[in-house]
Design a protein around this ligand. Structure first.
Ligand code: NAD
Ligand code: LMR
Length: 342
């Protein structure tokens, strides 16, 4: 939809045919952590969406300038800024989709779990406000460690009595974006055609690309499978090291998050053919949360796509067995963090 709406031809058609070509802009999106490395480019991409009528930007600092700047783009949405805890409730009221990229990023040598102590509290506080002000919104969690912050969000919502597992998503779209890019490069495929499901979680070996399920059907040598899998699993670290202390992936993450927002809005808008990978409450494995392909609908997760997990190669099955203990521990750490509070 992004591409369709912003080519000069599409813009001309939108002008000429008005409502016939241009989708109705009617959804409210809130971004919490909007002046950060991810937040700013994500806000720009969401500002470009023809499905968004209101774009609310929240941060603890520097959000006024970001909002003033963005508000000059001649796309449909109204941009509003909200600074600090006192303005959070107003930012969230009536939101259809809330995206949380608030929190600290990694530096070289750190794991995502090293961010837990700071980001767990940030996510908990923000999700409490979501529960109080827009409990029906789709909630997209980007803040790391996603394998723990999503269970934290679930537990906070559950305690508030408003948990709807169909509407809580850990954003793992970047793993799919990377897998698609690396596979297309390696196999000389057209990027637009390639789709690789990535399951498990979002950290190291818990990121499991299912290369045998690549569309279009593609064969890989054992060496290619090994090389691609490791590169996809370490792609976040590749960026952290290249940025050398200046943070982690922001631009590719904003691109991926915008794709997930757009998919959510299309599903809310009645499109019945929307599929994405995400880390959600799941019964596809013995773990309570698991990333897989999901079908999105008006009410959130409409179906978990179990077929990807059938007929795995020996390499993938070993990867799946190996990731479960780490993913289980990260999930339990998140749930335990909320439960230890009175
Ligand atoms: P950043 O430091 O550039 O930006 C974070 C923003 O969050 C800042 O603007 C900061 O002011 C804000 N913030 C901090 N505490 C807040 C609070 N209590 N309420 C609202 N805003 C608050 O970091 P970044 O590069 O944008 O990364 C953000 C997070 O996203 C990190 O935890 C990072 O690990 C994670 N991340 C996840 C993925 C993924 O695939 N899920 C990919 C990349 C980064
Ligand atoms: C990523 O995959 O790029 C993010 O999770 C950020 C990180 O710390 O690697």
């Amino acid at each position: 939809v992004l591409k369709q709406s912003f080519t000069p031809k599409a813009q001309k058609e939108n002008k000429e045919y008005g409502n016939i070509v241009q989708p109705q802009a009617s959804y409210k999106v809130a971004i919490l952590g909007a002046s950060g490395g991810i937040g700013q480019p994500l806000a720009l991409l969401v500002k470009m969406s023809p499905l968004v009528s209101e774009l609310n930007l929240y941060d603890i600092a520097n959000v006024k300038g970001v909002a003033a700047d963005l508000s000059h783009c001649n796309t449909p949405s109204q941009v509003s800024d909200f600074t600090g805890a006192a303005e959070l409730a107003n930012c969230l009221k009536g939101a259809n989709v809330v995206v949380i990229p608030a929190g600290v990023p990694r530096k070289p040598g750190m794991t995502r779990d090293d961010l837990f102590n700071i980001n767990a509290n940030i996510v908990k506080t923000l999700v409490e406000a979501v529960a109080d002000n827009c409990p029906d919104a789709f909630l997209h969690i980007i803040s790391n460690p996603v394998n723990s912050t999503v269970p934290i969000a679930a537990e906070v919502l559950r305690r508030k009595g408003v948990y709807d597992p169909k509407k809580l998503f850990g954003v793992t779209t970047l793993d799919v974006v990377r897998a698609n890019t690396f596979v297309a490069q390696k196999k000389n495929l057209r990027l637009i055609d390639v789709d690789v499901p990535v399951v498990g979680g979002h950290a190291g070996i818990t990121i499991l690309p299912l290369l045998s399920k690549t569309k279009p059907s593609t064969t890989f040598t054992d060496e290619e499978v090994q090389e691609l899998t490791v590169r996809i699993q370490n792609a976040g670290t590749e960026v952290v090291e290249a940025k050398a202390g200046a943070g982690s992936a922001t631009l590719s993450m904003a691109y991926a998050a915008a794709r997930f927002v757009e998919s959510s809005l299309r599903a809310l808008d009645g499109d019945s053919d929307v599929y994405e990978c995400a880390f959600v409450q799941s019964d596809l494995s013995e773990l309570p949360f698991f990333a897989s392909r999901i079908k999105l609908g008006k009410d959130g997760v409409e179906a978990l796509i179990s077929s990807d997990l059938q007929g795995l190669t020996e390499y993938e099955q070993k990867g799946l067995d190996a990731l479960k203990p780490e993913l289980k521990a990260s999930i339990e750490k998140g749930i335990g963090f909320v439960q230890k509070e009175p």
